[in-house]
Design a protein around this ligand. Structure first.
Ligand code: BEZ
Length: 246
């Protein structure tokens, strides 16, 4: 997926605002070396930097990393695929907010995170969980004949599934939580904007006309359930986990 970093920063800042909660779970201490996996345009990395953390950020999106470097030139940001992390025992903590659901080989990602941590280090993450954007996905997919479910772009695990994968990677699972976070999408075009930003990859290759038909059909289907006078509520579900490397 090619990310539009400006649209992301302008319309979807709720992503990094919610991330501040998960920074609380991370409980960073000044002087620690922390890696932000899927750092986007760098706002949470910057808030860690302001707490005296030696933070580095990686993201697969070159345009996001470009934007992050421009905004925060004093923080090291790298274009890297989290399925192939290049670090060995470098970090006191690995942190990730709203990114791991994009990575469809979680065993590989968790293996790389485990390898990146020093002994005694911790992995703290929040991302989309089982049930996340289920009604939105259903509405989009319902507009497409013979949808190929292998092309569905996201991994939204339950606690049982994900904590098992964490254990297989070597982690001691210290905490896990699965909770609903109804998420407000501002404006009468909020759902259309969301689908434009994130739903493209669900649809796969479509002509612009077909894409417009799918989006309009999906928005119409979702109106009764998710539209409230002047805004929309998206059905977000989150998982939060903490794992330690003993
Ligand atoms: C999420 O943060 O839950 C999310 C973001 C983009 C696409 C799908 C889910």
């Amino acid at each position: 997926m090619i990310w539009n970093a400006q649209l992301y920063d302008g319309k979807h800042q709720f992503v990094s605002k919610f991330g501040e909660d998960v920074v609380g779970l991370l409980a960073p201490k000044a002087g620690e070396a922390i890696l932000d996996v899927g750092c986007g345009t760098g706002d949470l990395a910057f808030s860690l930097f302001n707490k005296g953390i030696q933070v580095a950020g990686i993201d697969q999106s070159a345009s996001m990393i470009e934007e992050a470097k421009q905004k925060y030139p004093h923080i090291p940001f790298f274009v890297e695929d989290a399925h192939n992390l290049p670090f060995e025992e470098k970090f006191d903590a690995v942190f990730s907010n709203a990114a791991l659901h994009w990575m469809k080989k979680p065993e590989q990602v968790l293996g790389g995170i485990f390898k990146s941590l020093k002994t005694g280090g911790r992995f703290v993450a929040e991302f989309g969980a089982k049930g996340n954007v289920a009604s939105i996905s259903r509405a989009i997919i319902g507009q497409i004949d013979h949808y190929d479910h292998n092309q569905y772009p996201w991994f939204f695990p339950s606690i049982g599934e994900y904590t098992s994968l964490m254990e297989q990677a070597g982690f001691h699972v210290a905490f896990a939580e699965h909770f609903e976070r109804p998420t407000r999408l501002e404006g009468v075009d909020g759902m259309r904007n969301w689908i434009n930003m994130f739903g493209d990859v669900v649809m796969g290759a479509q002509t612009p006309e077909e894409k417009e038909r799918i989006i309009s059909g999906a928005v119409a289907t979702l109106t009764e359930e998710r539209f409230y006078e002047d805004h929309w509520i998206a059905d977000y579900w989150r998982i939060r986990v903490v794992g330690t490397k003993k």
